[in-house]
Design a protein around this ligand. Structure first.
Ligand code: GLC
Length: 666
C-alpha cells in the first residue's frame, strides 16, 4: 500500500480510518509542513493541475480557485461565496505535475486554500498541530481514491426499498396529510416507495415521540401505508427538548449523558423544540443510550430514519440572547441617528445562530478525557449517525435499515448516507448537486442525493422535471421542500403523465443502479466518477463539469438550463445515446467521440451507453416490490454482457455467489 501516515502532536481518535498503520518517519513529500503556529501544508500548483475531493463542498468537481473551510455548518444559503456546508471531508487529490492524495484526520475547523490567495499555491491550515496526515500515492487520481477507500472501511449499504423514490415536505402533520400524498401518487400511478416524516410528526418536537392527537395507533397507520407499499421515514433531530417528565430528557440529565458546560451544568441551545440539550454522542455510553432510543420507533414498524440538525445547529443560546438584548438596549437608549449602532445590533442578532463562542462553551466526556466541543466540532453528526447505526446492529444484526444524515465526517460513511441539506429551487443547484456526487463518492459517501425540486424558494414544473431527470440516477432520490414554499409533489402539476414517465424510468433502471451501487460498495469503489477518472488519457475529460460516469456502463448528462431544448455533451469515445421517450419507447443513436448537441425534451430522460457495453432494463413498476427483476430487457451494444448483482435487498448476505448473474445482449 502506498499510504504513509504522519502523526503531529496528539491527534484526537476520530476512527475515520479503520486500518492500523505504523507512523512513518521523516517528513512527507509533495509539500512543506509547518507546525509553528498551528499546522500548515503548502505546495505549488502547476498551471494544469486539477484538485479533486472535499466531498460535500461548494463549487466544482475541480476544486481549484477557491477557499473551502471544513466546519460543519447549518447554512441554508448555498450561494457561490459559501465556504462551509454541513459536512467536513478532508480528503483531496492533486493531479498533474505531481499526483498525490492527502487525508487530514482532524476534527476541528480546517481551511483548504486551493489557489485562492495565490492561484499557484495550495495551502491547508488549522489552529492546532494535532492531527494524522495520510499521504497517498498512485498512478492516477482514481487509483489514489481507491487506496484511500480501502483504509476507511466499507460504505453503508441501505435496504433496497431505499432506492425507490421518496416524497417529503416540511409541513405534513396528520394522517390525512400523508394519505393525501399517498393517494396523489397511487391514483396518478406515479411510482413512490417512501414518504418522509418531517418534524411535525413529533409531540412538541420531542425526539422519539409521536404527536398524541394526530398519530394515535401509529403501528396500525404504518401497516395501512405498508399495505399500499409505502414506508414512512421519520426525522430525528440532535437536540433533546428540555421538559420535565419527558423520559429522554430525564434519563439524559440523570445519567449525565448531555454535553455540559465548564461549570458542569447541562449546555442549553435552542433548536426547533425550543431549549434543548445535546446528547453527548462522542461519549460511548451516551451514544449507546441515544442509539437505543431508535428502537422505540423500529418496534412500531419504522425501517429508516434521517438525522438532522446535527452540526449541531444552534438557533441561539440563553447567553447569546442575553448579550444581544444588551446590545439592543444600548442601541435604543443611545440611538442618535448614526448607523453604526444599527449594524452592531443587526450583526449581533444575526450572529446568534451557530455562534463560535457557543461551540467553545460546551464539552464532551470521552472516558477520562474532557474535550471542548470546538476541538471536535465536525464529529457530532458522524457520531449521532453512528449511534443509530450501532443500535441497528443490536436491534437486528441481519437487517439493513435506511439511515442518512445532514452533517458528516469521513468515517460516518460506514453508518449512513447523507443528503446535501437545504438547497434552493434554483437551476444552478441542479448542477451543484451533480458536481458534489463524485466528490462525495471519493470520500466513501455512496448513498447520497439532494432535495429534488429544491428545498427553499418556489419551484417550477420544468425545474422539478429536469431535476428528477438527474435524481433518478442518485442512490437517494427524494423530492423535499420547505414549509411555506410552493407545493412540489409530482402530482401537483399539470400533465402528470410526464412525472409518471420520468420517475418511472428510475424503476426501469433500478436493476442496473442497484447493481452498480452494490458493486461499488462491496469493492470500495465509486458509483459516480468524473470523466477524467475513466478516460485519464483524454486531455479534455478533466474539463467536463456537467456530466458524470455512472458505474462501468453509462454516462449521464442532464439538462440544467431553463427553457433549453437540449444541451451540448462531450463524448470521450463513441457511445450510444439513449432517450427514454414519454410513450415508453427507447430512442437509440450511435454518436461518435467528440462534441454534440443533443435535443432532450422536458419529458425525456437521456443517458449514454459506453461502446461495447449494455445495461438491463426492467418493465415500469410503481414500487419496489412490484419490480420484476427476473424478466429484464437489455439495451446497448449487441454482443455485450452485463454482470448483474442482485440480492434480497433486506439482509446482509452480500457475498452469496447467486447474487451475480450474467446477462447477454445477443
Ligand atoms: C432543516 C432540514 C430540512 C427540514 C427542516 C425542518 O432545515 O435541513 O430538511 O425540512 O430542518 O425539519
Amino acid at each position: 500500500m502506498m499510504i504513509k501516515k504522519y502523526v503531529y502532536g496528539s491527534p484526537f481518535e476520530t476512527e475515520a480510518v479503520v486500518v492500523n498503520m505504523e507512523a512513518a518517519e521523516g517528513i512527507p513529500a509533495y509539500g512543506a509542513i509547518s507546525t509553528e503556529d498551528g499546522f500548515s501544508f503548502t505546495c505549488k500548483l502547476d498551471a494544469e493541475d486539477v484538485v479533486y475531493g472535499l466531498g460535500e463542498a461548494n463549487r466544482g468537481i475541480n476544486k481549484r480557485g477557491y477557499c473551502y473551510v471544513s466546519d460543519c455548518t447549518d447554512d441554508p444559503n448555498h450561494t457561490e461565496g459559501k465556504r462551509s456546508l454541513y459536512g467536513a471531508h478532508n480528503f483531496i487529490v492533486v493531479s498533474g505535475a505531481q499526483t498525490f492524495g492527502l487525508f487530514l484526520d482532524y476534527p476541528a475547523k480546517m481551511t483548504f486554500d486551493i489557489g485562492y490567495t495565490r492561484m499557484d499555491t495550495l495551502k491547508i491550515t488549522c489552529d492546532h498541530a494535532d492531527l494524522y496526515l495520510y499521504v497517498i500515492e498512485g498512478a492516477t487520481p482514481y487509483e489514489i481514491v481507491k487506496q484511500f477507500r480501502k483504509i476507511i472501511g466499507r460504505s453503508y449499504i441501505p435496504p433496497k426499498f431505499a432506492f425507490g423514490f421518496g416524497q417529503s415536505r416540511w409541513g405534513y402533520r396528520t394522517k390525512e396529510d400523508y394519505r393525501e400524498v399517498a393517494d396523489g401518487y397511487r391514483e396518478n400511478h406515479i411510482p413512490v416507495d417512501m414518504i418522509y416524516m418531517d418534524i411535525d410528526y413529533m409531540q412538541d418536537y420531542k425526539d422519539f415521540t409521536l404527536n398524541e392527537e394526530n398519530f394515535a395507533d401509529f403501528p396500525e397507520f404504518l401497516k395501512e401505508m405498508k399495505g399500499r407499499n409505502i414506508r414512512l421515514i421519520p426525522i430525528i433531530d440532535a437536540g433533546v427538548k428540555i421538559e420535565k417528565g419527558y423520559d429522554i430528557y430525564e434519563e439524559g440529565v440523570q445519567n449525565r449523558y448531555f454535553c455540559q458546560k465548564e461549570d458542569g451544568s447541562d449546555f442549553v441551545a435552542a433548536v426547533w423544540p425550543g431549549y434543548t440539550h445535546f446528547p453527548d454522542v462522542l461519549n460511548p455510553e451516551a451514544r449507546k443510550w441515544f442509539g437505543d432510543k431508535y428502537q422505540i420507533l423500529t418496534d412500531q414498524g419504522i425501517e429508516g430514519f434521517w438525522n438532522d440538525m446535527n452540526e449541531p445547529a444552534i438557533f441561539y443560546t440563553p447567553e447569546g440572547v442575553q448579550e444581544a438584548g444588551e446590545t439592543v438596549k444600548e442601541f435604543v437608549e443611545n440611538a442618535n441617528g448614526e448607523h453604526s449602532g444599527f449594524f452592531k445590533v443587526k450583526d449581533k442578532v444575526l450572529g446568534l445562530s451557530n455562534n463560535e463562542k457557543d461551540y467553545r462553551s460546551f464539552y464532551h466526556q470521552i472516558g477520562e478525557q474532557r474535550v471542548r466541543h470546538d476541538r471536535v466540532h465536525n464529529l457530532f453528526g458522524y457520531n449521532m449517525t453512528r449511534a443509530a447505526g450501532e443500535a441497528f446492529d443490536r436491534i437486528d444484526p441481519d437487517r439493513r435499515f435506511l439511515m442518512f444524515s445532514r452533517s458528516s465526517y469521513i468515517g460516518m460513511h460506514r453508518y449512513g448516507g447523507i443528503w446535501t441539506g437545504d438547497n434552493m429551487s434554483w437551476w444552478s443547484h441542479i448542477l451543484l448537486n451533480l458536481k458534489m456526487m463524485p466528490s462525495l463518492n471519493m470520500c466513501g459517501f455512496l448513498y447520497t442525493g439532494a432535495d429534488l425540486g429544491g428545498f427553499g424558494a418556489d419551484t417550477t414544473r420544468d425545474l422539478v422535471l429536469r431535476w428528477l431527470a438527474l435524481g433518478i440516477f442518485t442512490p437517494l432520490m427524494r423530492n423535499h421542500s420547505a414549509l411555506g414554499t410552493r407545493v412540489q409533489e409530482c402530482f401537483r402539476f399539470e400533465d402528470v403523465e410526464d412525472f409518471r414517465h420520468v420517475v418511472g424510468v428510475r424503476y426501469q433502471l433500478l436493476p442496473y443502479l442497484y447493481s452498480e451501487y452494490m458493486k461499488a460498495a462491496l469493492s470500495d469503489d465509486m458509483y459516480f466518477r468524473p470523466l477524467a477518472f475513466v478516460y485519464p488519457e483524454d486531455s479534455h475529460a478533466s474539463q467536463v463539469e456537467d456530466q458524470l460516469m455512472l458505474g462501468d456502463e453509462i454516462m449521464i448528462a442532464p439538462v440544467y438550463t431553463q427553457n433549453a431544448k437540449g444541451r451540448y455533451v462531450y463524448l470521450p469515445e463513441e457511445m450510444k445515446f439513449v432517450k427514454f421517450l414519454p410513450d415508453g419507447s427507447v430512442y437509440e443513436e450511435i454518436l461518435l467521440a467528440g462534441h454534440h448537441y443533443v435535443e432532450i425534451a422536458l419529458n425525456e430522460v437521456p443517458l449514454f451507453i459506453r461502446q461495447g457495453r449494455c445495461i438491463p432494463l426492467a418493465a415500469p413498476a410503481e414500487y419496489m416490490e412490484a419490480l420484476d427483476t427476473e424478466h429484464l430487457m437489455v439495451i446497448g451494444y449487441p454482443g455485450s454482457e452485463y454482470v448483474l448483482y442482485e440480492d434480497d435487498g433486506i439482509h446482509k448476505d452480500y457475498d452469496a455467489p447467486e447474487n451475480l448473474r450474467t446477462l447477454k445482449f445477443e
